[in-house]
Design a protein around this ligand. Structure first.
Ligand code: NAD
Ligand code: UD1
Length: 346
């Protein structure tokens, strides 16, 4: 019998790469996505790569009747839960949307899972739950801190609610995957990150400058206590990240309880190092100017990934140059992302 996995948010950036990895590993995949920040084309592209198509259901994790239907129609063994909103600035202006989608949506999903006796869950958390950590690299024992924005708080709230759930009922087996900074794209150049409007995150911004869609990058501060003064992050290739989900899925089918794993490389790069690496990979120049710090940013953040290495047998394989080469391939082959031109709808 086929092992069937429900992937919420599976048409999105990380979800589509993970759906591909699941299909390639022989799982049957059901994607539930309301397409509020994605296109079903990502899944058609997944089919082009691996010759398999997930079952796609357009719908919302807040729709309990739909969820009940899905769980009664299919024999689902586990859920990978990516669905949610993720733009930090937007979350400050629209907190209710963030708490509704990310927190209430997760509550709804867990209730439907419990009703259907499905207790294996992998949740997309974020290194943002560590706040401004004083220890570097950050391991999973580092205390969490209240994040500075509603998006971050919604992630921490879901982590807490999943812990409560697992204490209340030993049948739950949950992975909280704390991603560091996902970047890159599948090496086929067929799937990748397709931000709506002007990107907020560094690598999509750099690649849009390189292709000429944006004039120049603003580097947010060069007065941090880091070697070159710019912020340091742990950038992880999205294909390595997707593999981490498969390993976590395997692990929670045996462990039980709540398991927290950092998914990062263990190496930090500064903004200036990222610009140089991108220029080298793309052979394009990336003009930039130094501006003031961005509110809410921290100086440095990188993972201690040893726990995932020891317990999951997972470690990243792709290096900074791979991240940049793959980002550039995706960007140059798809200048408008999944759209065919600058004015077509996603
Ligand atoms: P994404 O926006 O590309 O993917 C999220 C998907 O969820 C989208 O396809 C969107 O349409 C869908 N969605 C949103 N709300 C929904 C709802 N209510 N019902 C059904 N579908 C819904 O984002 P991503 O980068 O792939 O991120 C995936 C997850 O990982 C998110 O939960 C995000 O918070 C988390 N995360 C992302 C990053 C990052 O840098 N990309 C870092 C840490 C954590
Ligand atoms: C951001 C979010 C974080 C989220 C993460 C996931 C903020 C404050 N934090 O993290 O909650 O989990 O994305 O993707 O938004 N930079 C520039 N110029 C730019 C963009 C970024 O200099 O135009 C710098 C930033 O100051 C930072 C680094 O690049 O030092 C990385 O930024 P970004 O890609 O936005 O990620 P984070 O800030 O780490």
């Amino acid at each position: 019998m086929k092992n069937t996995i429900l992937v919420t948010g599976g048409a999105g950036y990380i979800g589509s790469h993970t759906t591909l990895a699941l299909l390639e590993a022989g799982f049957e995949v059901i994607v539930l996505d309301n397409l509020c920040n994605s296109s079903v084309d990502s899944l058609n592209r997944v089919q082009k790569i691996c010759n398999k198509l997930p079952i796609f259901i357009e719908g919302d994790i807040r729709d309990r009747i739909l969820l009940n239907n899905i769980f009664t129609t299919y024999k689902i063994s586990a859920v990978l839960h990516f669905a949610g909103l993720k733009a930090v600035g937007d979350s400050v202006n629209n907190p209710l949307e963030y708490y509704e989608n990310n927190v209430a949506g997760s509550v709804n999903l867990c209730s439907a899972m419990a009703q259907a006796n499905v207790f294996n869950l992998v949740f997309s958390s974020s290194a943002t739950v560590y706040g401004e950590s004083t220890q570097m690299p950050i391991n999973e024992r580092a205390p969490t801190a209240t994040p500075t924005n509603p998006y971050g708080r919604s992630k921490l709230m879901v982590e807490e609610l999943l812990k409560d759930l697992s204490y209340s009922d030993a049948r739950w087996s949950i992975a909280l995957l704390r991603y560091f900074n996902p970047v890159g794209a599948h090496q086929s150049g067929l799937i990748g990150e397709d931000p709506n409007g002007t990107p907020n995150n560094l690598v999509p911004y750099i690649s849009q400058v390189a292709i000429g869609k944006l004039k120049k990058l603003s580097v947010y501060g060069d007065d941090y206590p880091t070697p070159d003064g710019t912020g340091i992050r742990d950038y992880i290739h999205v294909v390595d990240l997707a593999d981490g989900h498969l390993k976590a899925l395997q692990a929670i089918s045996k462990t039980g309880g709540v398991n927290i794993w950092n998914l990062g490389t263990g190496i930090g790069y500064s903004v200036l190092e990222m610009i140089r690496a991108f220029e080298m990979a793309s052979q394009k120049s990336v003009p930039f100017q130094i501006v003031n710090r961005r509110q809410g940013d921290i100086a440095e953040c990188w993972a201690d990934p040893m726990k995932a290495q020891q317990e999951l047998g997972w470690k990243t394989e792709r290096k900074l140059n791979d991240m940049m080469v793959d980002t550039w391939r995706w960007q140059s082959l798809n200048p408008y992302g999944y759209k065919t031109s600058s004015n077509s709808v996603k």
